[in-house]
Design a protein around this ligand. Structure first.
Ligand code: COA
Length: 234
């Protein structure tokens, strides 16, 4: 259970240590107005330049994600480095650190950990609006069959948990594969305790990888986290 601080635009929402790293949330304003200079001033100059190249909600969300990353780097005692997106869009940290970012309209979250040869991913998804058609697009046939067998009231939430873990898998795994990874390339088996199982269906020669996945609740939202490591083969 994560306690969320009262809302103030671009102020911390929470900061907690979880098994795969430190996670921070930043409240975001509900408007797409340009981010005010005093807020931009809290970023590293290179991040500020990048933020100025963006507009609307994209700018707001990028700034929120970088403020969250900045807090965590500070907490880890790391000299504040710029974290601009690499050519694939992923946040790239100094050697020995890994990070991931996710945002919704009113909240940005970042997950940061120490580590070499490891990938992490974080994702935030809303559950309040049932969107028919998502399940058949993001689930493998065997996942879809299991979801269809659940009580109707559980089907959408179970789909969102699987979807969110898949998005986290993408962020954690993409740095190793450097290619688009389809939703059918992993199956996710959620567990009631939040320690979920990820079953990969990657291309021949890719991996093997060890996947660890968890999900928890942030109000009505799913917050998922994934850690991926290549497994040494004899
Ligand atoms: C890239 C993607 C995962 C982003 O997820 P999203 O729900 O659209 O958006 P979120 O707000 O959660 O995440 C956005 C953040 O993703 C991160 N991101 C983007 N591309 C990334 C990549 N290749 N690797 C790791 N992280 C990446 C960025 O940090 C970005 O935020 P920032 O630009 O402010 O730094 C998603 O758009 C996508 O393309 N998915 C591909 C298909 C997929 O998920 N397959 C799952 C099977 S494993």
């Amino acid at each position: 259970m994560i306690d969320v601080l009262p809302f103030q635009p671009f102020a911390p929402a929470f900061r907690v240590a979880l098994p795969y790293g430190l996670i921070a949330g930043i409240h975001l304003p509900s408007t797409s107005d340009p981010v005010a200079p005093p807020v931009l001033a809290r970023l590293h100059p290179d991040e500020r330049d990048y933020a100025r190249s963006l507009g609307g909600f994209r700018q707001v969300q990028f700034v929120g994600g970088r403020l969250a990353l900045g807090e965590l780097l500070n907490e880890l005692g790391l000299r504040r480095a710029a974290v601009v997106p690499n050519v694939h869009g992923a946040p790239e940290l100094p050697p020995g650190f890994v990070a991931s970012v996710s945002h919704k309209q009113d909240l940005a979250v970042a997950l940061v950990a120490r580590g070499h040869g490891v990938g992490i991913g974080v994702d935030l998804e809303d559950t309040d609006r049932n969107r028919p058609g998502v399940a058949s697009r993001v689930l493998r046939a065997e996942e879809f069959a299991v979801v269809q067998g659940l009580a109707e009231s559980r089907q959408w939430v179970d789909t969102v948990v699987r979807f969110s873990v898949k998005e986290s898998v993408y962020k954690a795994l993409h740095p190793f594969l450097l290619r688009y990874i389809g939703f059918g390339e992993v199956a996710v088996w959620p567990e009631p305790d939040g320690n979920d199982r990820v079953e990969p269906f990657l291309r021949p020669g890719e991996g093997p990888f060890r996947f660890e996945a968890r999900h928890m609740w942030l109000g009505a939202r799913v917050l998922s986290m994934v850690r991926v490591r290549p497994v040494a083969t004899p």
